[in-house]
Each structure stands twice: as structure tokens, then as C-alpha cells.
Write a protein of this length. Structure first.
Length: 765
């Protein structure tokens, strides 16, 4: 079936396109205290934090790919709108609304004032329209805190403390062509240069480096604003310079356009002129195509729960905030780089997240350009069933772009044509500089046979290379779920898998049973110097099975090789449960030396790998015992951040536990004003992998597809009877499933293609 035919079937799976309940809109009738009380607006590759404070309307601008010399993901700036007479002054009426179905925000005040803010999904340009029943003057300021360079202080550049404290290079900001041009160009690459020397790269210029000559910024322009001025101020703990455009006379209507752009280029002048020209043409573009994009996006898939219930109903909040997770991901649908787990495009002043981080608005914990797959994966797994394959391509391209570097590292360190992909790698594919030699920097210790060059010398991350296996599997499954052409990413998949086969055969040979000896290895960040960790062996087996089942295009191996590879894999280890030796449970590894973090990887054969669960031939009690009766990992559970308990419960059919955890996870935030701004938990605010993990669990409660080689469609396996509504989700073999749920039963079931209805089972039968 062609992609076009599939999408036609997909869009026609229900009679009418979905419209999200109006009650999903976020509406505030008072202004906010600060940027932590902002609401997200975005599209293309732009995210805005929009709020009103002390009568002004403000928003931060973030863009995917805005990486500076230090691999920080910088904001493009902050915009402040000030009107006189002020329709948002003391005693004035006020409403700020996010119109979720349409993907934009409005701020309303006295005199029928409406400030409309939206982002063009195709051009990533920002449009602001201001209408007022009376004439007002407008000042629009681009506020920058990077007009001069400065030396960062301790802990400011969180992820790279191993190098001397980085220097923050300045932006270029000036008035030109009737507007404000603000941009950053990376003339140097100090971080990459440090990595190349530290990691012994013999030809660093041949390596992919997204920081090299990276150029990003904005141009702000309004045909109604013609005066310019420069002023200075301080917001919270950060001083700024304001470049202001002002109206020379009162008007009842204003249009403000902010063009954005990012590219790797040495032609800086041409880049600037193209950005200016693009912005000047923004007035010719309507919102129609962006509105249509959002409407089509919501119609791809949905889970709507108790839509007519009060806003305090837990089921209502789960359904609403599940859609808000998709919204945060949709705001970066066309970004070059994946949405960050630690705040995405919507971080705000860090001191409002952690009062010990009185740094600039660019700061976030765990950096902006370091890719932590253990966290990132939770944002992208749920996009298979929601059908958001265009968004998934960001993560696939990330690995596709770094795959040549990964192969260079495999050759450099081990003389093998394999992909060496570590955990916590930078967007170049090189290990993060601190993690690579952490024990040397912290403890002044030297490497040994257990920690050779090429392997992170770090108690948390050493030998951890299998988290990329999850993205490899997502690539293959995208072909099955969505008919996606994955040929350009299969080299990443195959060379990633080749590492575990070729490296461990080279290092250890095979066991007397002809099996791979995966040692030293790692069960996530927790089980260190491990032998045959269950998260690795179950994962390799699952990815190879999916390659064979779904006929993935192959270049390095062939069907015979992958069958032989699978036969070489050791079984997922089992053990008498620590603390309950009369019971058998999945083991985190056949053996390990020490535990460093708190990830119960004995449960990874449940999710993500689906070896254990409802409908599988394996003994589900082993999984149940691993969760409830292994006292070694008893403290490794939780209900926020990257914890995955609700996913495992759903796959084991434990409805009440899964529902209670999911309701807690998706409840409206009490930390911040916007309902899905939570955190920092283990990471930062807003904690997007908190919701990614929740989205996976919710989908697994509703529809499971991992049994019988991903062909079974199991409906309502862990669904509470008081969650009523309707859904539309995708399944393997390019299948679309939609139905109503009432009192724990399915009605009006539609399965396309029709023959897949024979694969549907219900509940826990």
C-alpha cells in the first residue's frame, strides 16, 4: 500500500474530522507573576512562552537547532509589548486563552483589545496582531541578555564542567531595514575542539559537527512601527538591553512579524538578507495553512476521556493533558533536532525552577545539546500509536546524521565497522566531554582493561550503548505502523546492532553454548559491569525480530545473518527473587558488580521490549515477581519523571495501579500555572518525559500491540470502567483503530484495513 493510499484511509477512518473539546482550552482571567506563569505557543520549529505581567505582554522565543559554540540551546530573545493607554492596566478586564484546536493564543483586555499570537507552521515566523476599539500606541521591544560576552560561572554550563568554564559569546543585535535583527553565529567551536583532543580523533574536520558555523536568530518588523530606541533593564536576575520599535502616532490596529532562521553557513550576509526578506513577506501569508495543519494533526489520533465531565474530573484531565503532551511535541514538528526531554522549547527563567540557578534564561539542567536517549526515548515511543511520524523523523535524523561519526569511532577505538553510540552523547555523536572521562576528572583515576578508550570512564554511563537500540526499533516499527520509507535510517539501525555482535565476539568470543558473552555491559545506568543485562539481550532480540518480521531494507546484513545473530543471543536471565528466593523473577543481568542508579531494568523485557506481557507465551509471573518481590530493586519505583511503572502495570493488566498512577501523572500541575508544566523531577521544567512516559502508559492501557510479533490488537487491557469517551490510534501493519469506550466496553469499532479486525482481542482474554 502506498503512503498516499494509507493516509487517505487513515483520514477516512472516522466519518468526521475530530474537533477537540472547547473545554480543553486553557483560560486565565488574571495576569501572571512571572515567566513561570507562561503558556506554550508554537509551530514549525518555534516555541514561545507567552504571559502577561504588570500590564505588558511578553514571550520568550526558542528554536530547535539554536546551538551555540558551547552546545547550549539558546533562546532567540524575549519580546515585550507595551500599549498606551494600557488595556491591561490595573482594574482592566483580562483574559488569556490558548485555543488548543487551532494552535494559537489570544490576550484580551479593555476596549475590545485582542492580541493574537501564532506561529506559521511552514515558515516558523511569528505573527502578532493587535486590535483595539480605540487608538493606542505600541512599543515592541526585543530584549537581549547576550549583547556582550561573558565568562560563565561555576555550574552555569551544567553538562560540561570538565572543560574550563565556557565563555558565552555575544549575539549581534542592531536596527536595520526598519526592524531589529538579532542573531548568533558560531565563529569558533571550542567544545568540539576540546572533544576532538580529549577523545583522540585523528581527523576531526571530517566529523559531523552541527555547531560548526551554526547561525540562528530573528528579525522583528512592523509596518506600523517606525521609531527606534535602546534602553536597559533587569528581569528577575538577568540584565538586558531592549531594542524597541515604537509607533509614532496612535492606531487601532498593529501587525508585528518576527522571522526566524537557523542554518550552518559561512555566508552570514546572505543569511541575514534572506531572513529580512522572508520577514518582510510575512504579511502576505495567512493563518489558513497553519490552522489546517493543526486540525489535521488532531485528527491523526486522539484519546478523549470523560469530555463532558467537570474540569476537576481525573479522567477528563488525563484526556486533556495527553493532548497537551502531543501539542508540546507538535510545536516542534518541523524542527531539525528532537524536542528536548528537559524543557523542550518552553523553559523559562531557571531561578523559578531552582532558586540556586540564578542564571540567564538560556540555562537548563542537563544541557541543551547533549542527547540523553534514556530520557528522550519516552518522548518518541508514543508517537507510533499517535501517528506522528513527521515528528519522529527528528530523532531518526539525529541518529542518521551522527551514524558516520559513530562508525568512525567504532573503527578508531576497536578497528570494527560498527556504530559506537554511547549514552549522553552530544549532537555530534561524540560522548559528552564530562561523561567520557568523569572518573579521571573527579577521582584522578586512570583507565584500565575494563574501561578502554572509546568507553565512557564513568560509573553511571560506562558500557551503556543500548539505549539507541530503542530508536533503532522505532525506525523499523515506523515502517510497519505508518508505511514510512526508512531506507535512509537503516544504516544506523544495522551498524548500531553490529556493535554488540562484532565487538563482544572480538572481546570475549562465544560461550560453550555458542552464545554472545555481553560483558562488560550495563543495565541502563544502574547495573554496572554487568553480564548479559536483560535490557540489552531482550532488546537485541526484539529489534532483530522486527527487522525480519517487517522486511526492513538491509545493507550491512541479510536475513541469514540476522537469524544467526538472534540465535547467538543469550536468553533473558532469570533468578530467584532477592528477598523471596522461592519465587522466580526476571533478573536485571546474569551478574553485575554494583548498582549505581535506580532503574529496574529487569522490567525492560516488559517495556519497551514486549517479551513479557498479556498474550505472550512467557511466564507473566516472572515479570510480576520482578516488580513486586525483588527487594534489591524495591526502591527503584516511582510515579513521576522518567519512571515507567504505569507502563509495566498496564502491560501486566494491573488496571487499578495503572489508572491511579496515570491519573496522578496527568493531573493539572500545582507547581506552575500551565497544566502540563511540571518538574524539575529528575530533569528540568517543564518535564516533558514525565508526560511522554505517561502517554505510553495511557496508550498501553487502551491498546496493546506487542503480542504475536506485533500483530495482535488488544483493546482495553487495563482500562478503568469510569473512563468513557472515544479514541483513534494506530497499530502495526498500517492499521487504524477507532472506537467509543463506555463502561469498560468498546462500541462503534472501526478497523482499517478491515481484515485486521480478526486480530482484535478484548481485555485480558
Amino acid at each position: 500500500m502506498s503512503n498516499l493510499v494509507f493516509y487517505i484511509l487513515w483520514l477516512g477512518a472516522v466519518a468526521n474530522a475530530i474537533t477537540l473539546p472547547k473545554s480543553y482550552d486553557t483560560v486565565w482571567t488574571t495576569q501572571s507573576n512571572n515567566s513561570a506563569g507562561s503558556m506554550p505557543v508554537g509551530a514549525g520549529d518555534i516555541g514561545l512562552n507567552v504571559w502577561a505581567e504588570d500590564g505588558d505582554v511578553l514571550f520568550y522565543i526558542a528554536q530547535s537547532g539554536a546551538f551555540d559554540e558551547n552546545n547550549s540551546l539558546l533562546k532567540l530573545g524575549r519580546v515585550r509589548l507595551t500599549m498606551d493607554p494600557n488595556p491591561f492596566g490595573t482594574g482592566c478586564s483580562f483574559e488569556q486563552r490558548l485555543l488548543l484546536n487551532d494552535g494559537y493564543a489570544e490576550v484580551k483586555g479593555d476596549n475590545n483589545t485582542v492580541v493574537k499570537i501564532w506561529v506559521d507552521v511552514n515558515t516558523s515566523d511569528i505573527h502578532i496582531g493587535i486590535d483595539n476599539a480605540a487608538n493606542i500606541t505600541l512599543r515592541a521591544a526585543m530584549e537581549s541578555w547576550r549583547t556582550s560576552g561573558y565568562q560563565m560561572v561555576t555550574n552555569e554550563q551544567h553538562a560540561v564542567p570538565a572543560i574550563p568554564l565556557p565563555y558565552q559569546y555575544p549575539d549581534t543585535v542592531n536596527f536595520t531595514s526598519g526592524g531589529v535583527l538579532s542573531f548568533h553565529h558560531n565563529y569558533e567551536t571550542p567544545l568540539f575542539d576540546f572533544q576532538a583532543k580529549e577523545q583522540g580523533l585523528v581527523d576531526p574536520e571530517s566529523y559531523y559537527d552541527p555547531m560548526r558555523n551554526n547561525t540562528f536568530g530573528s528579525f522583528m518588523y512592523s509596518p506600523q512601527l517606525d521609531d527606534t530606541s535602546i534602553s536597559y533593564g533587569k528581569y528577575l536576575n538577568t540584565s538586558y538591553t531592549a531594542f524597541t520599535l515604537s509607533s509614532s502616532r496612535p492606531r487601532s490596529s498593529f501587525q508585528l512579524y518576527i522571522g526566524t532562521a537557523q542554518a550552518q553557513t559561512t555566508e552570514i550576509g546572505a543569511w541575514q538578507q534572506n531572513l529580512i526578506n522572508k520577514t518582510l513577506q510575512a504579511a502576505d501569508r495567512t493563518q489558513a495553512s497553519s490552522l489546517q495543519w493543526w486540525h489535521d494533526f488532531w485528527d491523526r489520533s486522539y484519546i478523549i476521556i470523560n469530555p463532558d465531565a467537570p474540569s476537576t474530573d481525573s479522567g477528563f484531565q488525563v484526556g486533556k493533558n495527553y493532548q497537551y503532551f502531543r501539542y508540546l511535541m507538535g510545536c516542534n514538528a518541523k524542527g531539525q533536532f528532537p524536542t528536548r526531554f528537559n524543557g523542550g522549547l518552553f523553559t523559562f527563567d531557571p531561578v523559578l525552577t531552582d532558586n540556586t540557578t540564578a542564571f540567564t534564561p538560556d540555562y537548563r539542567r542537563w544541557s541543551g545539546g547533549t542527547f540523553t536517549a534514556q530520557n528522550q526515548r519516552l518522548l518518541y515511543w508514543p508517537l507510533l500509536k499517535s501517528g506522528d511520524f513527521d515528528i519522529m523523523e527528528q530523532s531518526f535524523d539525529f541518529y542518521g546524521n551522527i551514524s558516520p561519526n559513530s562508525r568512525k569511532l567504532g573503527q578508531l577505538y576497536f578497528g570494527l565497522d560498527v556504530g559506537l553510540t554511547t549514552e549522553q552523547l552530544d549532537n555530534s555523536g561524540l560522548p559528552n566531554v564530562f561523561e567520557y572521562n568523569a572518573n579521571t576528572f573527579q577521582y584522578n583515576t586512570t583507565r584500565s582493561y575494563l574501561y578502554p578508550p572509546g568507553v565512557d570512564f564513568n560509573d553511571y554511563l560506562s558500557w551503556l550503548s543500548d539505549t539507541a537500540n530503542e530508536f533503532a526499533d522505532m525506525v523499523v516499527l515506523a515502517k510497519s505502523y505508518g508505511g514510512v520509507d526508512i531506507e535512509r535510517w537503516t544504516p544506523f539501525v544495522e551498524y548500531q546492532l553490529a556493535y554488540f555482535d562484532e565487538f563482544y565476539r572480538q572481546r570475549n568470543g562465544l560461550s560453550v553454548d555458542g552464545e554472545l558473552i555481553l560483558y562488560p555491559a550495563s543495565g541502563a545506568e544502574t547495573y554496572k559491569l554487568a553480564l548479559n543485562p536483560s535490557s540489552t539481550v531482550a532488546g537485541l532480540r526484539a529489534v532483530i525480530a522486527d527487522i525480519l518480521n517487517f522486511d526492513a531494507p538491509l545493507t550491512k546484513g541479510n536475513e541469514t545473518y540476522y537469524n544467526q545473530y538472534s540465535a547467538r543471543l543469550p536468553p533473558t536471565p532469570l533468578q530467584p527473587c532477592p528477598g523471596s528466593p522461592n519465587l522466580i523473577c526476571i533478573a536485571p543481568a546474569a551478574n553485575f558488580s554494583f548498582a549505581e542508579n535506580t532503574e529496574p531494568t529487569a522490567l525492560y523485557p516488559i517495556f519497551p521490549w514486549g517479551e513479557y506481557g498479556l498474550g505472550q507465551p512467557t511466564n507473566l509471573s516472572f515479570a510480576y515477581n520482578a516488580y513486586f518481590h525483588d527487594n534489591q530493586s524495591a526502591s527503584y519505583h516511582g510515579d513521576n519523571g522518567w519512571r515507567q511503572d504505569q507502563i509495566w502495570w498496564a502491560r501486566m493488566g494491573l488496571t487499578d495501579l495503572a489508572a491511579n498512577n496515570t491519573a496522578y501523572r496527568f493531573a493539572d500541575s500545582t507547581q506552575y500555572r500551565f497544566p502540563v508544566f511540571k518538574g524539575p523531577n529528575y530533569d528540568w521544567s517543564p518535564d516533558i518525559n514525565h508526560y511522554g512516559s505517561g502517554a505510553i502508559g495511557l496508550q498501553e492501557m487502551l491498546l496493546q500491540t506487542f503480542a504475536k510479533n506485533n500483530t495482535e490488537i488488544r483493546l482495553l487491557p487495563a482500562w478503568p470502567t469510569d473512563w468513557n469517551g472515544y479514541f483513534k490510534l494506530l497499530a502495526p501493519e498500517q492499521t487504524v483503530v477507532s472506537a467509543n469506550m463506555t463502561n469498560g466496553k468498546v462500541s462503534d469499532l472501526c478497523v482499517e484495513p478491515e481484515h485486521r479486525r480478526d486480530d482484535v482481542v478484548y481485555g485480558q482474554e
